[in-house]
Design a protein around this ligand. Sequence first.
Ligand code: HEC
Length: 129
Amino acid sequence: MGHRYRRSFSIFLFVSMILASTLASAAGSIKKGSAIYKRECAECHTMKDGTNKKGPSIFRLIGRKAGTIANYDYSSAIKDSGIVWSTEKLDLYIKNPNKVVPGGKMKYEGLSSAKSREDLIAYLLFFSE
Ligand code: HEC
C-alpha cells in the first residue's frame, strides 16, 4: 500500500511540474518583458496613470476599451475601432499596428518576434491587475 501510494504521488508530482512549467512559459517572462517595453515602447508610452507622451499611458491596459484615456488626443480610427484590449488583440496590434487599426497614429513598425510579444504582454498584464 505504502509503495503504491508513493508511486502515484511521484507521478502526481511529475505531472504538476510539467503543468507548472507550461503555465509559466505560457505566461511569458515579466522581467524580459520589462526590458522589451523599455526598448520598444517607453519612448512614446508610460506605465503611469494619467501621464501621456507621444502615445497614451498604457497602465491598466488589459480589459480597457481602446481610445478612452480622457486627457489624450487619439486618432478617430482607434476611437471608433470598437476594440477592448485583450491579450490576443494586443498581440495582433503590437505585431502590426496599422493592420489592426488602419489610419491610427501609432508610428511603430511592429514587433515580429512572437516570444518577445509574449514577454511584453506578460509585463503589461502585470500592470493591469
Ligand atoms: C513612436 C511612438 C510609439 C511607439 C514606439 C509605440 N507607440 Fe503605442 N501608441 C502611440 C500613439 C501615438 C498611439 C495612439 C494611437 C491612435 O490614436 O491611433 C498609441 C497607442 C497605443 C495603444 C492603444 C492605447 C489605448 O488607450 O487604446 C496601445 C495598447 C499601445 N500603443 C501599445 C504600445 C506598445 C505595447 C508599444 C511597444 C511595443 C508601443 N505602443 C510603441 C505611439 C507609440
